[in-house]
Design a binder for this molecule. Structure first.
Ligand code: NAD
Length: 449
C-alpha cells in the first residue's frame, strides 16, 4: 500500500521505516528541510537502536523515501499518517497547530479517497474536529459557485475517513516496540477505514497481536489513560522510596515484593529522579487540562505530576545534603538523556537537576554517550567531557542521572582516585550500597539505606 507519514521525528520516522520494512511504499514528509536532506543521504537525525540499518535497507529497496513536498505525498498515497509533534502550549493544553497545518494541506491537495490516520497524541475530539475542518475546506473548494467559475476543476468531491491510531512505542526500544506491540488501537466509525487499517497491519496477525477497534474519542483517550497510568506508577514507587529512606526499608525489595503480584507487575516500578521525556510530562498535563475543560478535577494525575516535580527537587536536596554548600564545588554528572538508549533530553530530570545545582553555584562536568549534542543546545555553561572518567577528574562528587549500561560497570578503584572525594550519588540505584561502603565510598541512592 502507498502510505505517507507527516512528521519524520521519533514516531513518524520509526513508523514509516517499519511500515516500509513490511513491504509498503512509504514517503516520510517533514517541513524541516535540513532533516529531509540528511535522511535522503541516509543520515539519521535521532539515536534509536537498529533504525539506521532499517532506513538504509528500505532506502536501497526504494520502499522508503523522504520529501518536503506535501502535495505530491498526499496525492500519491491512500493512507496519510499524521505524526507531527503536539507540544505543551504552556498551560497544559497540547498545541495542535502542527496537526491543523497538515489537515489543511490534506484538504487542499487530496484528489481521491484517503484514510487519515492520527498517530500523534491528541485530546479527545481532535480527530472529529479535523474531520469537520477538512470537510469544510472541501465544501468550499467544491461549492457550486466555485465550480461554475472554474470549469476545469473535476467536480467530484473526494471522500475520506479519519482514524485514531495512537502510538505506544518507547524511545530506546522503538523498533522492537513497533514491530512487536502489546496491542494496536484503532478508532474509527468507518468499515472501509477499518479494513484498510487491518490490511496495513496484516503482518501483526502472524504474532496474534490483539487489535482494539473502538471509536475515535475512546482511542484518543486510551493513549492518555495509558500514559497517565504509567506515570502514576512511577510517582507511586518514588513516594514509596521516599518513605523507605525514613523507615529504613529498601525500595528495590518493595518493587520486587509487590511486582511479583501479577495484578501489579514489575514494570515502571524503579525508583528514580522522576519521569521525563516528550510524552509523560506533556500527556499528564494535557489530561488534567482536558478534564478541567469538562469540569472534572483529576486528582490522581495531579498528584502524580506534583510528586514528579518534588522528586526532581529532592534529588537536588539529596546532593546538597551530602556536599554542603555548592559554591565552587564541581559536580560530575553521568547521563543527560531522560532514559538510556535515546538522545532525547526533552523534560529530562537530568536537565532540571543540573540547572538547580548550577543555580546554587556548582560547576558542572557532564558526559552522556549520545545525548550531548542535544544537551549543548539547552545547557550552555557546563563542561562536556569525553567519557565518564574525565567527568570524575577533580570532581567533588559523582552523580548518576541516567542508567546507561556503560555506567553500570565503572572502574570504581579508578573513580576513587580521580574524584576529589569518593562520593557517589546514584539516582538510578544501579550500585549496591553494601559494596560501595566496602569500597570506601560515601554512597547515596534512592529509597535504600
Ligand atoms: N516520542 C515518543 O516516544 C512518542 C511515543 C508515542 C507517541 N508520541 C506522540 O507522537 C507525536 C510525535 O512525537 P515525536 O516525538 O515523534 O515528535 P518529534 O518532535 O520527534 O517529531 C515531529 C516532527 O514533525 C515535524 N512537523 C511538525 N509540523 C509539521 C508539518 N506541518 N508538516 C510536516 N512536518 C511537520 C517536525 O519538523 C518534526 O520533525 C506527538 O504527538 C507525541 O506525543 C511520541
Amino acid at each position: 500500500m502507498n502510505i505517507s507519514i507527516f512528521g519524520a521525528g521519533y514516531v513518524g520516522l520509526v513508523t514509516g521505516t517499519c511500515l516500509a520494512d513490511f513491504g509498503h511504499t512509504v514517503i516520510c514528509v517533514d517541513k524541516d528541510e535540513e532533516k529531509i536532506k540528511k535522511l535522503r543521504k541516509g543520515i539519521i537525525p535521532i539515536y534509536e537502536l537498529g533504525l539506521e540499518e532499517l532506513v538504509h535497507r528500505n532506502l536501497k529497496e526504494k520502499r522508503l523515501s523522504f520529501t518536503t513536498n506535501l502535495e505530491e505525498s498526499i496525492q500519491s498515497s491512500l493512507a496519510l499518517y499524521i505524526a507531527v509533534n503536539t507540544p505543551n502550549s504552556g498551560d497544559g493544553a497540547p498545541d495542535i497547530s502542527n496537526i491543523n497545518a497538515v489537515a489543511v494541506a490534506i484538504a487542499e491537495h487530496m484528489d481521491e479517497y484517503k484514510v487519515i490516520v492520527m498517530k500523534s497524541t491528541v485530546p479527545m475530539g481532535t480527530c472529529a474536529n479535523v474531520r469537520v475542518m477538512i470537510q469544510k475546506t472541501l465544501d468550499e473548494k467544491f461549492s457550486p459557485e466555485r465550480l461554475a467559475k472554474n470549469p476545469d476543476i473535476d467536480p467530484r468531491m473526494p471522500d475520506f475517513d479519519l482514524v485514531s491510531n495512537p502510538e505506544f512505542l518507547r524511545e530506546g526500544s522503538a523498533i522492537e516496540d513497533f514491530m512487536r506491540p502489546n496491542r494496536i488501537v484503532v478508532g474509527t466509525e468507518s468499515d472501509q477505514a477499518r479494513a484498510i487499517m487491518k490490511d496495513i497491519y496484516r503482518p501483526f496477525y502472524l504474532f496474534e497481536t490483539p487489535m482494539v477497534f473502538t471509536t475515535l474519542e475512546t482511542s484518543e483517550m486510551i493513549k492518555y489513560a495509558a500514559n497517565a497510568f504509567l506515570a502514576t506508577k512511577i510517582s507511586f514507587i518514588n513516594e514509596m522510596a521516599n518513605i523507605c529512606e525514613k523507615v529504613g526499608a529498601d525500595v528495590n525489595m518493595i518493587a520486587k515484593g509487590i511486582g511479583l503480584d501479577r495484578r501489579i507487575g514489575f514494570k515502571f516500578l524503579h525508583a528514580s529522579p522522576g519521569y521525563g521525556g516528550s510524552c509523560f510530562p506533556k500527556d499528564t498535563l494535557a489530561l488534567i487540562d482536558i478534564a478541567k475543560n469538562v469540569g472534572y478535577d483529576l486528582k490522581i494525575v495531579k498528584a502524580t505530576v506534583a510528586v514528579n516535580e518534588r522528586q526532581k527537587k529532592w534529588m537536588i536536596e539529596k546532593i546538597k545534603k551530602i556536599i554542603g554548600n555548592l559554591k565552587n564545588k564541581t559536580i560530575g554528572i553521568l547521563g543527560l538523556a531522560f532514559k538510556p538508549n535515546t538522545d532525547d533530553i526533552r523534560e529530562s530530570a537530568a536537565i532540571t537537576i543540573i540547572e538547580g545545582l548550577k543555580k546554587d553555584g556548582a560547576q558542572i562536568k557532564a558526559f552522556d554517550p549520545v545525548a550531548m549534542n542535544a544537551a549543548k543546545k539547552v545547557l550552555k555553561d557546563i563542561r562536556y567531557c569525553n567519557d565518564a572518567y574525565e567527568v570524575m577528574e577533580d570532581s567533588d562528587a559523582l552523580v548518576i542521572l541516567t542508567e546507561w549500561n556503560e555506567f553500570r560497570y565503572l572502574d570504581l578503584a579508578k573513580a576513587k582516585k580521580l574524584l576529589k572525594k569518593p562520593v557517589l550519588i546514584d539516582t538510578r540505584n544501579i550500585y549496591e550500597p553494601e559494596r560501595m561502603k566496602r569500597l570506601g565510598f560515601t554512597y547515596v541512592s534512592v529509597g535504600r539505606k
